[in-house]
Design a protein around this ligand. Structure first.
Ligand SMILES: *Cc1c(COP(=O)(O)O)cnc(C)c1O
Length: 442
């Protein structure tokens, strides 16, 4: 499969180059030149298959031409070592729990898949330089990426996080790992971290000296595997006879997750309608209502993984629909919630239905609850993180202590290591060049 750039000013590229480079030379996002469509009989047969088997079918359709079948199966099976169960909440509303992975975030799926695929390409290529993955994080992305890439040969990961602005649990998840993971504690905000990463990608000298790549959802190998669990959810709903009229709601920040859902839909997955749920960072809602897209600086909310003012995957959505606003707004609706509304949703659903939402999933649930589903329709929202990852916030809302799962507790036992850096690019660049020997790690 070839991939083209959404900006159409760079040559198309093969999967290996796309995964190693992340972004096209013209700064566009890579898109597959065609989206394979699965036969109806294949879709109908999903209900009899395991998550690994389902993901194998989807992965084969996209990546089968670029990687040996056995190697691809190994990557898929090694990524999906956990389930993404569909859980009934109330009436016709269901939660797709994506938080059963190693760091309890949906990003585990894409991060692990990308790490394995990149590892496979590097091994085959025998490149004489390591690949450096840079990732800016406000919490969740850093932990999923660091854990996904842990121990993969010839790849080094640098996690840039804002000093004092990530929760203690999240900080432990990427500062205690060691090996090929380096945590950089930046004296600044998340936006400063992201600005450093962006500056690094366009710095000529740095790119001549070292191979840099991104593990954010701009990378095809990070966002596309997220379509696996949409198919897995469909299979589960099909088993209970609830799959025919399904409305899927996605709590969104950079829109990688929603884009993966739109890809699944194009591949033939029967989804009746999509809903994008936002917090107060609602540029996409505005676009759906007006047809005008106006990026803005992000606003801090209690659903902080969705605090994005200029979602990177918007370019992919526009490209998929050839800028057809009518088509986009017919398939997708938007809802937005304030912190107060998120809090009251968490409280209500916990006390009325005994289901504990996290602040992101709460936006998804509320959007479905407000969207007037018909009795024959099923509402499915993506529950993107375990509520314990936002312990302090959630406990205050429900006025009750919550338990931290053993998986999370394990991270808190390790010893924290991080390197303190300022927010100026020159200092960061000097660290990258001088602080680390760029020859192949023996
Ligand atoms: C990353 C994240 C989101 C947003 O996902 P996008 O793909 O960026 O839209 C939502 N919820 C949680 C918990 C996240 O970590």
């Amino acid at each position: 499969m070839k991939y083209y750039s959404t900006n159409k000013q760079a040559p198309s590229a093969g999967l290996e180059e796309v995964v190693i480079k992340s972004l096209a030379g013209d700064k566009g996002l890579y898109m597959p030149e065609r989206i394979p469509v699965l036969e109806k009989s294949v879709i109908r047969s999903l209900k009899d298959k395991s998550f690994q088997e389902i993901a194998g079918i989807v992965a084969q359709a996209f990546f089968g031409g670029d990687i040996e079948p056995d190697a691809l199966t190994a990557i898929v099976n090694d990524t999906l070592t956990f389930e993404t169960p569909v859980v009934h909440v109330n009436d016709n509303l269901y939660s797709l729990e994506l938080f059963h992975g190693p760091t309890l975030a949906f990003k585990d799926v894409g991060a692990r898949f990308m790490a394995r695929l990149l590892g496979c390409f590097i091994k085959k290529r025998g490149v004489d330089k390591v690949v450096n993955v840079l990732v800016a994080t406000s919490g969740d992305t850093g932990s999923a990426v660091a854990n996904g890439f842990l121990g993969i040969p010839d790849i080094r990961v640098f996690v840039l996080y804002p000093k004092g602005k990530v929760s203690p649990i999240q900080e432990c998840q990427f500062t205690t790992l060691g090996q090929n993971i380096t945590a950089l504690e930046i004296d600044g905000t998340f936006d400063d971290c992201q600005a450093l990463v962006k500056a690094a990608f366009v710095d000529k000298e740095l790119n001549q000296r070292m191979q840099l790549t991104s593990a954010n959802s701009i990378n095809v190998a990070r966002f596309l595997p997220q379509s696996f669990y949409y198919f897995n959810a469909y299979a589960q709903l099909d088993r209970i006879g609830k799959a025919d009229e399904c409305v899927v709601c996605v709590p969104s920040g950079n829109f990688g997750n929603l884009t993966a859902g739109l890809f699944a839909h194009r591949m033939g997955l029967p989804v009746k309608h999509f809903i994008a749920a936002n917090n107060r960072n609602d540029v996409f809602c505005d676009y759906l209502n007006t047809g005008i897209y106006t990026p803005r600086p992000s606003i801090a909310t209690i659903a902080n993984a969705m605090d994005v003012g200029n979602p990177s995957n918007f370019a992919r959505i526009l490209d998929m629909f050839r800028d057809d606003y009518q088509a986009i707004s017919q398939l997708i609706s938007g809802y937005r919630y304030t912190d107060e509304e998120i809090a009251s949703t968490i409280r209500e659903v916990y006390y009325a239905h005994h289901y504990l939402l996290d602040p992101h999933g709460a936006c998804g649930y509320q959007a479905l609850a407000k969207s007037h589903l018909k009795p024959n329709e099923t509402g499915l929202f993506l529950e993107t993180a375990h509520p314990a990852k936002f312990k302090e916030t959630v406990e205050k809302i429900i006025n009750k202590d919550i338990e931290i799962p053993a998986k999370l507790q394990a991270f808190m036992k390790g010893e924290k290591h991080s390197i303190a850096l300022g927010k100026d690019f020159e200092g960061f660049k000097e660290f990258m060049i001088q602080g680390f020997d760029n020859s192949k790690i023996q």
